[in-house]
Design a protein around this ligand. Structure first.
Ligand code: GAR
Length: 207
């Protein structure tokens, strides 16, 4: 059984999908042992509490430098013996030291089909606004490993979602979450925990 730490910043619906997947046996090779929020009062913290998962807040504002912030997160990860770190709506950028220490052990869910609508400045509703502004007919979600370049780590799973007439960023966000994110994030977590993912040349092979 691997130890999973989940990093959050907001509503935590992806965290909820992970909690539910653990309950339903979709995640059977890992256990969520800690939730770390970058935002005080995030609803994700209530979800952790309701599921009896230890949770803490490590807020960027409380630290003078990004190095100190990183060390504080690193300490929380080391303390809970994290084998897998899941960024589930985590809106802070992690430093290179932490990423290097947890190389190929950090995964992120992003609400588009990477390499579209991703990278610096593309997060949350903005991603969906860009997709609608561009006029694409299909979008989706991607789960990928985290490296030093935002949203550029090896892709684990992707799922497409149709864009429909009358979509607003909010409507599209909900559809992408329901049809893609909440499915592929738990699936990817289980693939990782079951030891089925190999990364070579920034590409993932699933066995
Ligand atoms: C999700 O749509 C997630 O993919 C996105 O933020 C939302 C968080 O919702 N993440 C990013 O944009 C990261 N670049 P949640 O807090 O309800 O899981």
């Amino acid at each position: 059984m691997l130890n999973i730490a989940v990093l959050v910043s907001g509503g935590g619906t992806n965290l909820q999908a992970l909690i539910d997947a653990e309950k339903n046996g979709i995640i059977k090779s890992g256990k969520i042992v800690k939730v770390i929020s970058s935002v005080e009062g995030a609803y994700a913290l209530t979800r952790a509490k309701n599921a009896d998962i230890p949770a803490c807040v490590v807020s960027r504002k409380s630290f003078q430098s990004s190095e100190d912030y990183d060390s504080a997160i690193l300490k929380e990860l080391d303390d809970c013996g994290a084998d897998l770190v899941i960024l589930a709506g985590f809106m802070s950028i992690l430093g290179e030291g932490l990423i290097a220490k947890y190389r190929n052990k950090i995964i992120n869910v992003h609400p588009s089909l990477i390499p579209s609508f991703c990278g610096k400045g593309f997060y949350g509703l903005r991603v969906h606004q860009h997709a609608l502004d561009y006029g694409v007919k299909v979008t989706g979600a991607t789960v990928h490993f985290v490296n030093e370049i935002p949203d550029a780590g090896a892709i684990i799973l992707q799922k497409s979602v149709e864009i429909l007439d009358g979509d607003t960023p909010e409507i599209l966000q909900k559809r992408v979450m329901e049809q893609a994110e909440w499915k592929i994030l738990p699936e990817a977590a289980e693939l990782f925990c079951a030891g089925r993912l190999t990364v070579t040349d920034n590409k993932v092979t699933i066995k």
